[in-house]
Design a protein around this ligand. Structure first.
Ligand SMILES: Cc1cc2nc3c(=O)[nH]c(=O)nc-3n(C[C@H](O)[C@H](O)[C@H](O)COP(=O)(O)O)c2cc1C
Length: 374
């Protein structure tokens, strides 16, 4: 098995994650919806954008910092909300949050994290918190109270999971259904083949319940039960009018994640949101749509001077980050890269992968003479 020190790029972490995780979990992270066209497009889009090499300029000290929502960050990177991460490594969200904190990188906790808000806050102070709109508004208000009490810095409202997109890989793997006895034995056997995961996560990483959904989901709910609950309780009727409810219960900055159209970006600005994430959920929701990077420049031109424009989808290197910034993003969120690194090497894996991205950003800045992001 590869030693963490020999991993050079996100693809290396991905391959190691594939070796370490039960297939069902690897496919859950790696896959996208339907034919996975948008997932592929997100990554390909970066290959079609170029940086310009410059020479004979003093590039000894590129400034990698950005200021977002009043906070100066060492690099334009944020760990995107990724659900179920406590199944990729023992208490995965807490490990990843600690790794991110050690590098000054914000960590955004998903509504459907295994570790709850309080556990992640105890590990790494003031994470960002990602919210899915749930039909039960009283419960939602309680969740926002928890996020406030835990001093979460910022709310990321994800708007593009009005209804879950279909992921063929998850149907094939049985991720989204409660299996019969034969299927359960097969799944247990597949798990046992990954001895490290079985020991570290399955045995020592309990409880495997969803920390933020305590009270609405039974403690030992399977993924399938949780997914059915999500299908039944995520609110497809949400409109701009519902922002008033969120504002009433959340006093910090709000950024809207899942904006892919310039009109939606303008509406987000007009509704007083502090920022947006240009995102198609990493190609896991609407398939057949554009790459995030493809729509970024128009959106950044329209609203980038007035609200903070972040992007995600397909970022796999520090070079990609510099490309995204050149095209109008203030910073990038990364999803799969930290999930792969977590599965590959826990906290140390995430810290190493993030430090690698930071070093690549700096080098790309120097070699293209993009010496500051302000
Ligand atoms: C395994 C997985 C789980 C995810 N869970 C969530 C989630 O709970 N909430 C959310 O807003 N986005 C979720 N996303 C989307 C990410 O926040 C992000 O938009 C996406 O991963 C960016 O694309 P990338 O993976 O190419 O970096 C998830 C993505 C992955 C890969």
């Amino acid at each position: 098995m590869a030693d963490i020190e020999s991993l050079a790029c996100v693809e290396d972490y991905r391959r190691l994650a594939e070796k370490k995780l039960p297939r069902i979990l690897f496919d859950y992270i790696d896959g996208g919806s339907y034919a996975e066209e948008t997932l592929a497009r997100n990554v390909e889009a970066f290959g079609n954008v170029h940086l310009t090499q410059r020479v004979m300029i003093n590039v000894a000290n590129p400034d990698t910092r950005v200021t977002l929502f009043g906070q100066t960050l060492p690099s334009p990177l944020i760990c995107a909300p990724v659900g179920f991460a406590g199944m990729y490594a023992r208490r995965g969200e807490a490990q990843a949050a600690r790794a991110a904190k050690s590098l000054g990188i914000p960590f955004c906790l998903s509504t459907v994290g295994i570790c709850g808000i309080e556990e992640v806050t105890a590990a790494a102070e003031a994470p960002w918190f990602q919210l899915y709109m749930i039909r039960d508004r009283d419960w939602l208000a309680t969740l926002l109270q928890r996020a406030t009490k835990a001093s979460c810095r910022l709310l990321v409202l994800t708007a593009d999971l009005q209804t879950p997109g279909t992921r063929y890989r998850d149907i094939r793997s049985g991720m989204m259904r409660n299996l019969g006895p034969v299927g359960q034995i097969r799944r247990a056997f597949e798990g046992m083949l990954k001895m490290g995961w079985t020991y570290d996560v399955f045995l020592r990483g309990r409880p495997h319940s969803f920390g933020n959904l305590a009270g609405v989901l039974p403690p030992a709910a399977s993924f399938a039960t949780a997914w059915q609950w999500i299908g039944a309780n995520f609110d497809p009727t949400v409109t701009w009018d519902d922002l008033a409810f969120i504002r009433e219960h959340w006093k910090g900055p709000i950024i809207l994640k899942g904006v892919m159209h310039v009109d939606d970006a303008r509406l987000a600005r007009d509704h007083g949101l502090e920022g947006i994430v240009v995102s198609n959920h990493g190609g896991r929701q609407l398939d057949g749509g554009q790459a995030s990077l493809a729509v970024l420049p128009e959106i950044a031109r329209a609203v980038g001077d007035e609200i903070t424009v972040l992007m995600d989808g397909g970022v796999r290197s520090g070079i990609d980050v510099v490309k995204a910034i050149n095209m109008g993003a203030r910073a990038c969120m990364i999803g799969r890269p930290w999930a792969y690194a977590l599965a590959a090497g826990g906290q140390a894996g995430v810290a190493r992968m993030l430090a690698g991205l930071q070093a690549e950003i700096r080098t790309a800045q120097a070699l293209s003479a993009r010496l500051t992001f302000s």
